[in-house]
Write a protein that binds this ligand. Sequence first.
Ligand code: CP
Ligand code: NVA
Length: 314
Amino acid sequence: MARSFLQDTDFTRDEAEEIFQLAKALKEGRGRANQPKPLEGQTWAMIFHKSSTRTRVSFEVGIHELGGHPMYLDQSKTQMGRGETVADTARVLSRYVHGIVIRTFDHATVEELAREGTVPVVNALTDLLHPCQIYSDLFTLAERWAEPGKPLIDALAGRKLTFVGDCASNMAHSWILGAALFGMPISLTGPEKYRPQPVVDKLLREAGLEPTYTFTTDPKAAAENADVVYTDVWVSMGDEAEKDARLQELAPYQVDGTLMAAARPEAYFMHCLPAHEGEEVAAEVYRSTQSIVYDEAENRLHVQKAILSKLAEA
Ligand code: CP
Ligand code: NVA
C-alpha cells in the first residue's frame, strides 16, 4: 500500500504546510520555464463514477503540467462498471499506472483501492468526504490571512468557519476534519435531519483529534463572529431522488445578506461549486465582494499539483 490522500487528516500539519508552500510556488511559477516535473514519465488513472467539471479538469491539467499523462476512465466504459471487483481493479491498475485519482460514491471503495493496490490513491470526492476541496479552500484563506514570512497554516488557527445547509454532506464532514486539523472553530447549521453523521467523530478520534464542532438549527447563532460562511448544494450527487424534500427542508438555510450580516463584517463567503443561485445562496451574496468562489476553484489546480508532488516523492 502506497502513501495515499483519502481524508483530510492523512497529512500532518507540517506536511500540509509544505503542500501549501509548494502550491504557492507552483501558482507563482505557472507558465515559467523550469517548473518542477515530478510526474515525468508517469501515467495517472482518473476513475470518475460521478460528474465533475473542476476536479476532472484541474487534475488533468495538473498532471500534465507536472510532466505526467492523465488517463480519464469513465465508469461506464470500464469493467468496473460491469462488476469487476475494486480489489482486482486496484491490483491490475497498479501494474500499469503510477497513481490513481478516484471520484466515487462509497468511501469504502477508495479505501479498498488504496489497500489492495500498490500505487498512491487520491480521493477526488466520495459520499463521505471531499478533502482536495478543503485543502484548496484552506490554502485560499491562508493566502489572504498569512503574514509575510510566517507559516501559512498559522494564519488559519482560531479563525471561525460556519457551514450552512446540508451538514451531513461530504463537504460538511471534510470541513469538520480540516477545521479540527488546523485549529479552526467550526459551527454547522441546518435542519436537525441534516446534522453531521456520527462517523465523523470516529474519524476525528482515530486521527487523535477531539470533536469540538458545534451544530445548531439556528443559522444566525451559528454565523455569529464567523470569519467564513460556507455552503454547498442542497442536492448532492446521489441525492437526486430526495430533491423536492431537500429543497423544501433546507430553504430556511439560504445564505443571504441577512445571514452574512450576522458574521464578521470582513467575513468571506465560500462555496465549493457548482452553485445554485437562489437556492443555497442568494445572488446578493454570491456576486458580492465577500465571495471568493472563483479563487477557491482556481486553487484546486495549484493545491492538487502540490498534493500529487508530495505523494510522488513518498
Ligand atoms: N467542487 C468540485 O469538486 O467541483 P466538480 O464537481 O465540478 O468537480
Ligand atoms: N456535495 C456536493 C459537492 C460537489 C462538489 C456533491 O457531492 O454533489
